[in-house]
Ligand binder design. Structure first.
Ligand code: MOS
Length: 743
């Protein structure tokens, strides 16, 4: 393959799906217009633990427009077949919530009935008429550290071990001349994407079509096939657009089953669209996590001991665990590291990944503790990090496939103006406000999964690329179009990219920032296969423009073929016409190889924040955040930049605003709406910027990319917290940093 004269990869291309989105033509799950469709409304439990004693649904059944009221008393029994291997997006042990299969209540907000009616208003009204009586059991609604339990073997195997030990961290900590030992709290947080989760289910005989909000159509199909005990071939999942997800649409939640079940019962298509309030109990959330970090160092800043212990909440029916302690193990070089992980069962719905899952949480504590250590040492925070720079992944004992973090610190500090910082807390002021500068390291592991794609070249010179990937907002449509355009030597406008349908070649989960490294390489492989096939057709052709030439005599350039060594370029259109082909199709698959066992791959960054704190009111404004990132090759600097500053916005929420207010009496979130669950709004955002250092990781994958999305939220909240400390001299370890905590 030859690159075109003007490569598209590396260009700040605007989103190819942008016009569809801003004109309202992008179709989201709830927006598919299905004839004869009915609407569903859920009835949720109002107690956190117990058993349904009785359901009175008479009034609901008689309400106008109602077709069915489905409860555990009349719902069809579903087989809920176990998968031989759990998908990585599911909890690694326990059992998923089975809807309407029995009277047991695990949490406040569990679906206990669904009403199906002609209109959404009729369904909602009728749902309000369903009366449920409960036998309550004692509920665990308090987060109690002493109830922490070890992760089970499934999670140990999946890389969330109960304990890890390298050297003797406790002895080294005891002997360290300089130490920090503190506890950090990160509250329960909710994804709150713009688009609510929604599913439309449509049965045609035994064939089920689902229009769903999902980050993984292939797994959605697999999960529902297992729930209903039907073959995957009898299900199609369609999900062309996802209006933000941040991890909430990675796995298949109970409401998808509700939609399919209800549609089966009423023999009509059924739509379930969760309300904002229902999103707090029907899909997952970032779990409340408390961490102890103990760091020991020599007086010159050399780390001698890292101890990090985490307690995190889970439901009582499933064990969802995170890689919260990975940052403690491999962010810095240190011979003595001990970690301990405990899960606290509660009567709550199950948590799930939320942007930078585990890592953002672990870094929040770890990078705050590093700042505290820098203060204790009287050392510059960047100098402390450089002193303990991890030249390899010490936990896996593997070299990095690439690491330009030093350059991130250098460029980030320079662009931010770190040199102008007076290290003394409360020493800098502007406009009557306290000014604080803080920084932190960002890192998120780079992973890659098997993926496939199909490339079709038509005789009009345009191409179509298809793969069952997803685009929840990072710009998959755009980056894949760029990769394919370059691989085929075509202009961007000549390439169309489609995703989000199980009818397309399989793709891995759109999560963990793996899409570009996984699907991008498959798209490139599919284009290469297409050109190879075309070469062979040409080689076998006796009359066309290249009669008598073998594939080796040709090269591809700028949307056509040319005889090696020179000659006239024959464009695809002419070539296919002469060869009497309507189209030619190539299939490509890509997968990680040996390098995934011999190298550790990770994206890195250095994040710098300036805050302004009102000395009288304790209000914190994030004046600016500057990040310098090593994400490997940058396919699209515009969308990559958006990913980074989007992550910063999320992290401003994590640092200063976001927390689910949990009512221990009832085991439920009180502020389950967008008015009282605070997220940053435009007025909270000032200067945000991201820079990419020179980097390319061809060991990790042929495209040289490392992924960016999850990285964007990592390290930002601690950088802000560290800036607040610098501004005020107050160290807030209980996030978010609300004004009352500073006063
Ligand atoms: Mo990301 S939390 O895997 O959507």
């Amino acid at each position: 393959m030859n690159a075109p004269l003007t490569p598209s990869v590396g260009q700040p291309v605007s989103r190819v799906d942008g016009p569809l989105k801003v004109t309202g033509h992008a179709r989201y799950a709830a927006e598919f217009d299905i004839p004869d469709m009915l609407h569903a409304a859920l009835v949720l439990s109002t107690v956190p633990n117990g058993t349904i004693a009785a359901i009175d649904d008479e009034a609901a059944r008689r309400a106008p427009g109602v077709h069915a009221v489905i409860t555990h008393e009349n719902a069809p029994r579903l087989p809920y077949r176990r998968m031989s291997q759990r998908p990585q997006v599911d909890a690694q042990s326990g059992d998923q919530l089975q809807v309407f299969q029995g009277p047991k209540i695990h949490f406040n907000g569990q679906p206990v009935a669904v009403v199906v009616a002609e209109t959404l208003e009729q369904a909602t009204h009728a749902a309000s008429l369903v009366n449920v009586a409960y036998e309550e059991d004692e509920a665990f609604t308090r987060f109690e550290l002493d109830r922490g339990q070890r992760p089970s073997s499934g999670n140990e195997k999946a890389g969330r071990p109960a304990e890890t030990q390298m050297g003797d961290a406790d002895a080294a900590f005891a002997a360290a001349p300089v130490k920090v030992d503190a506890t950090y709290i990160q509250p329960r947080e909710h994804h709150n994407a713009i688009e609510p989760h929604a599913t439309i289910a449509l049965w045609d005989g035994d064939f089920l079509t689902l229009y769903d909000k999902t980050q993984w159509v292939d797994n959605d199909r697999k999960e529902i096939a297992h729930v209903f005990g039907i073959h995957e071939d009898a299900i199609r999942v369609v999900s062309p657009f996802v209006g933000g997800a941040f991890g909430s649409a990675l796995r298949t939640w109970p409401h998808v089953t509700v939609a399919a079940l209800a549609a089966k019962v009423v023999r009509r298509p059924v739509r379930v669209e969760l309300t904002r309030r229902e999103l707090y109990t029907s899909v997952g959330f970032r779990p409340h996590t408390e961490q102890r970090v103990a760091l020991g160092a020599e007086r010159d800043g050399t780390l001698t001991a890292i101890i990090q212990e985490a307690w995190t909440q889970i439901s009582d029916y499933e064990e969802y665990a995170e890689v919260t302690l990975d940052p403690a193990r491999n962010t810095y070089a240190c011979p003595n590291v001990r970690t301990r992980y405990r899960l606290v069962e509660m009567n709550t719905n199950s948590p799930c990944p939320m942007r930078g899952p585990g890592v953002a949480t672990g870094l929040l504590a770890h990078e705050t503790a590093m700042d505290e250590l820098a203060v204790a040492l009287g050392m510059d925070p960047i100098a402390l990090r450089l002193k303990n720079y991890a030249e390899k992944d010490q936990h896996k004992d593997l070299p990095w496939s690439s690491k330009e973090l030093r350059e991130c610190y250098r460029i980030g500090a320079e662009r931010f103006g770190w040199a102008g910082r007076n290290p003394e807390p409360r020493s800098m002021r502007a406009d009557g406000q306290l000014v604080g500068y803080g920084m932190a390291t960002a890192a998120y592991p780079a992973h890659r999964s098997k993926a496939s794609a199909e490339a079709t070249l038509f005789s009009n010179g345009t191409a179509l690329i298809r793969t069952a990937a997803s685009d929840m907002g990072p710009g998959t449509y755009t980056s894949m179009t760029q990769v394919a355009a370059d691989a085929l030597g075509l202009p961007l406008e000549a390439v169309r990219f489609e995703l989000g349908d199980t009818d397309m070649p399989f793709a891995p989960v759109h999560g963990g920032s793996i899409t570009l490294a996984s699907v991008g390489t498959a798209v490139e492989a599919a284009c290469r296969a297409l050109l190879d096939d075309l070469s062979h057709v040409i080689g076998a052709d006796l009359s066309g423009p290249f009669a008598g030439l073998s594939a080796d005599d040709l090269e591809w350039r700028d949307g056509g073929a040319v005889r090696r060594g020179g000659g006239e370029m024959v464009p695809f259109e002419k070539l296919l016409r002469e060869l009497k082909l309507d189209k030619i199709v190539g299939h490509g698959t890509s997968a990680p190889g040996q390098e995934s066992k011999t190298y550790s791959s990770c994206a890195f960054g250095a994040v710098f924040a300036e805050v302004r704190v009102d000395p009288d009111l304790g209000t914190v404004r994030v004046h600016r955040v500057i990040g310098a990132y090593d994400i490997g090759r940058v396919v699209n600097p515009k969308t990559a930049h958006s990913q980074c500053i989007g992550g910063m916005v999320g992290a401003i929420g994590m640092a200063l605003l976001e927390q689910a207010e949990w009512d221990e009496r009832f085991g439920r979130v009180m502020n389950s709406n967008l008015a009282e669950y605070l997220v940053p709004v435009c007025a909270d955002i000032r200067e945000l910027d991201a820079f990419f250092v020179e980097s390319e990781d061809r060991i990790f994958n042929p495209l040289g990319v490392k992924g960016v999305a999850e990285l964007g939220i990592c390290g930002v909240a601690p950088a802000i917290g560290n800036a607040v400390y610098h501004a005020t001299g107050r160290r807030i370890r209980d996030f978010p940093i609300l004004p009352d905590k500073l006063l």
